[in-house]
Design a protein around this ligand. Sequence first.
Ligand SMILES: Nc1ncnc2c1ncn2[C@@H]1O[C@H](COP(=O)(O)OP(=O)(O)OP(=O)(O)O)[C@@H](O)[C@H]1O
Length: 617
Amino acid sequence: MSISDAIYRPFETLIRPLDIPYRPLPSKGPVTVLLHFISMFRGVLIVLALASMAMEAINLTIVWGLSVIIDGVTQKGASDFLHSERPLLTFLGLLIFPGMPVASFLTNALTSHTLGVGMPAAIQWQGHKAVERQDLAFFHDLFAGQVASRLSQVASAVQQQIIAAFQSIPRFLLQMVGSVILLTSLSWQLALPVVVWIALNVALAVKMAPVFAERSRRTAKQRSLVAGAITDLYTNMQMIKQFAAEDSEAGAIRHIIQKAMHTQHREQRIYRTSELTVVALNMALWLAMLSIGFSGLVNGFLTVGEFVGAVYILQRLSGHTFTFLQMGQQIFQAIGTIKDAMPVMTTPPTITDRPAATELAVRRGEIRFENVRFAYRSGTPVIDELSLTVRPGEKVGLVGLSGAGKTTLVSLLLRFYDIRDGAVLIDGQDIRAVTQASLRRKIGVIAQDVALLHRSVGDNIRYGRPEATPDEIEQAAKMARADAFIADLADGEGRKGYDAFVGDRGIKLSGCQRQRVAIARVLLKDAPILVLDEATSALDSESEAAIQEKLNLVMEGKTVVAIAHRLSTIARMDRIVVLDQGRIVEEGRPDELVERDGLFARLWKRQTGGFIPEEIN
Ligand SMILES: Nc1ncnc2c1ncn2[C@@H]1O[C@H](COP(=O)(O)OP(=O)(O)OP(=O)(O)O)[C@@H](O)[C@H]1O
């Protein structure tokens, strides 16, 4: 172990932020959130407060010693004083060294190594655990960038302020009380203006606190709006460039930044005005103290040592009021930041596992929707009294006009939303009575907009089954016919094949290649139920034939619910269910439905080039 390890490791490992068990954040207000995090680190924070109070006590003792030395030397002469007061001088010397540097190192190491690193990590981790539990509707309502920026703003604001508070508040309080006591012991006439000055400062702080809090909250909100808008822009850069909308988007961002600046200016005005008030109070205190001091020297109720001591105390006290004021501002800024981020961190998730939730056991793979009614927040039912049984191993195609409720129905099966009335059952088990994780593990999804993470292709396929071996991954890729293009992949960092990164959301792969990766992923997952959300967009016939062939492979032996747009998929289904405004209006084999001259037949007839048109007149 190196010397540096021996010195710093204990501070670095004093708290292990990622091992602290998750506790839901209180939702009663920003102060309760601050207290929540304070309680997480209370031991270290108490030590920090004691260490910084020790530093202040040392400082005050040195000031007291200084006035005793000045008076002793003037009264007894230097050499007599040195002889008679040796123990006092030794004590003061030990305080200066090693007392002061040791207390200072301890405070700084706890502040920077232990809390400065550990606290934001813990806050970010706990915040992430809170966000991760949220249901999909939460993410639809917020910019992802805004969520991320709020979390990191909270992490940095909270840690800075908690540390500053524990380091400075006890120290400042001790300094005030100690200064008043010390001044009183020197001369009560000197202590009096300080007491009045403290009372006026406290009154100012109490008056300004709510104003600071409100202004800070507004600034934090504007700041996260800027971050959210910019993230939204960068995420959709391709679309923006397609419309050559860079200039108009820049105009919008400019407007948001301008607004944020305006809010910050308003906030800073309040702070500067309070600072000016504090300066005026300090000036008044200096004037009062100097007048009393000089008249004390002239009239003999003060010695030179007492006067020098008083000036030194005053100089530190008035200097620290600024630090204290700044800290007050920062604490309010932190409270504002927390207040703004509270909806992100403390909204209780609406979809949760019941305490007695069991693991979903799929033996046959039957899906049953029983009188299901569902509406998004807007209120009008999107699924209306719908009953449908998908037999084990059956392949059901959902067909209907855009907005009929097909995607919603599939989201309900995955329990992305909870239904208002009715039940969704898999092999007789209500999906609300089983854990969400076990439900989603049993359902493979191939969505029309294949989402890939910015990781290697291999890792994206492994997402289907995290414990899969490299051999199994390659096997799945081979079955999905993805192996050929994967072998040729290379990214900017020189990674090749399965290790090559795919770009944000898989942007570096073609649509067809993304589909194949998605198919390999689902093949690897090998879930008994498959949900297929087919793209409406046209594929060239060769790609379509290739994808269809792979889909056959994935669907084999599974219960399938497919949002089917392509004729080739529709034809392959055992049964077609036609939805209109959240209700089943027709169902049957594809050929039967063509015969029956209903909505499906109309959709079928209007097909051009093999795809169902989005709208019919
Ligand atoms: N997250 C959401 N919040 C609120 N309303 C939604 C949401 N998602 C869908 N809707 C609404 O619910 C209705 C049904 O939408 P859904 O996506 O289920 O239709 P769909 O049949 O899958 O359509 P498409 O074929 O165009 O994908 C639509 O009116 C839509 O506006």
